[in-house]
Ligand binder design. Structure first.
Ligand SMILES: Nc1nc2c(ncn2[C@@H]2O[C@H](COP(=O)(O)OP(=O)(O)OP(=O)(O)O)[C@@H](O)[C@H]2O)c(=O)[nH]1
Ligand SMILES: [Zn+2]
Length: 329
């Protein structure tokens, strides 16, 4: 996430880009949806990929019934940004995202904390507030999965337990997302589509719809559509958000992405401590003292090795170049 500007508050345009289809942008305005193109001069100011994305707040001029021109794009309060390694530069996936909702199932499929941690790492790397939704609790009467999430609650991740089957927790989940633009992520089969349908039974759902907006190679999928739940509440599907190599996270950035490590990061004797086998490591001491969850720490180690392998495969220079590209924007 990048904070490009403070929330403009009342000055924030009400019009929001809800769909991107080739050169056309569907903009939700108080008067309805307008199919818009982008003013020519704007195209010169921005890179094509980042010109306008879903979630952008825009100023439009109506040119014909149902048709408009996007005249200006409000500064992005936050943007989910991908710096995929096979791309020229970082890419904005969705603008003005408020939070990530990671959906995991209590069973069918089995709760995988390794998978959950990958989603959380991506979210933390972008400073994106995150809520964990544990769905299908009807399949877990003994509360085994719920207990597995105790360490996550302890480090401040809100956990909402839901069952689309019984209706349990749906009201609480609604309160978490109401009035916000949330990205919905999670492994296949956990019930993401079912949750959306629970809130909007009338919707013809095409969650997972993505566009090859830039048409350049693999992994070019930006979000193409917001799902509108009510006037102020939107969801967006962000495909591949749990796939770490799409985000070009450096191994030495990983410790910050485990939020419970942060209080200890300055306290290791080695300034570049990776918290693996270095003597006197403050993070490991906290694990041994039972303050940091041992399972989370083990998964940190495994993910660290994954990132090192990634870096060897792609080369550090390449990743750093992506960073520079991003700063240059
Ligand atoms: N028992 C139970 N089954 C559920 C619940 N929520 C969803 N399901 C079922 O789980 C299966 C998968 O649900 P989907 O909503 O398609 O899951 P998804 O996360 O959208 O999956 P992808 O589209 O592959 O990403 C379906 O058969 C649902 O009926 C629940 O709370 N309890
Ligand atoms: Zn350390």
């Amino acid at each position: 996430m990048t904070e490009e500007a403070d929330h403009p508050g009342d000055a924030w345009p009400a019009n929001i880009v809800i769909r991107v289809r080739g050169p056309y942008y569907d903009v939700l305005t108080p008067e309805g949806v307008l199919r818009c193109v982008v003013r020519g001069a704007l195209k010169k100011e921005r890179r094509r990929e980042d010109l306008v994305v879903v979630g952008d707040r825009v100023v439009v001029r109506v040119v014909a019934p149902g048709e408009g021109v996007i005249e200006a794009v409000a500064p992005r309060r936050r943007a989910l940004v991908r710096r995929a390694r096979d791309r020229e530069a970082a890419q904005v996936i969705v603008a003005n995202l408020d939070q990530l909702v990671v959906v995991m199932a209590a069973a069918q499929p089995e709760l995988s904390l390794g998978m959950l941690d990958r989603f959380l790492v991506v979210a933390e790397s972008q400073d994106l507030p995150t809520v964990i939704c544990l769905n299908k609790i009807d399949l877990d009467p003994a509360g085994r999965a719920r207990a597995m999430l105790a360490p996550y609650r302890a480090i401040g991740y809100p956990v909402v337990e839901t069952s689309v089957a019984s209706g349990a927790g749906l009201h609480e989940l609604w309160q978490t997302i109401e009035g916000k633009l949330s990205a919905l992520a999670g492994p296949s089969g956990v019930g993401k589509t079912s949750l959306v349908k629970a809130f909007r039974p009338d919707l013809e759902l095409r969650i997972g719809a993505v566009s090859e907006a830039t048409g350049r190679g693999r992994h070019t999928t930006t979000a193409s559509e917001l799902i509108q739940l009510d006037e102020r509440t939107f969801l967006v599907d962000t495909p591949g958000i749990g796939v770490l190599h799409l985000w070009a996270i450096l191994p030495e950035e990983l410790d910050r992405c485990f939020r419970e490590f942060r209080p200890y990061l300055g306290a290791c004797p080695y300034r570049d401590c990776r918290h693996l086998d270095e003597p006197g490591c403050a993070v490991r001491a906290a694990v041994e003292a039972g303050v940091i969850d041992a399972g989370r720490y083990e998964r940190y180690r495994a993910l660290y090795q994954d990132l090192v392998q990634e870096m060897e495969r792609y080369g550090r220079w390449e990743i750093e170049r992506l960073w520079r590209g991003r700063r240059a924007r």
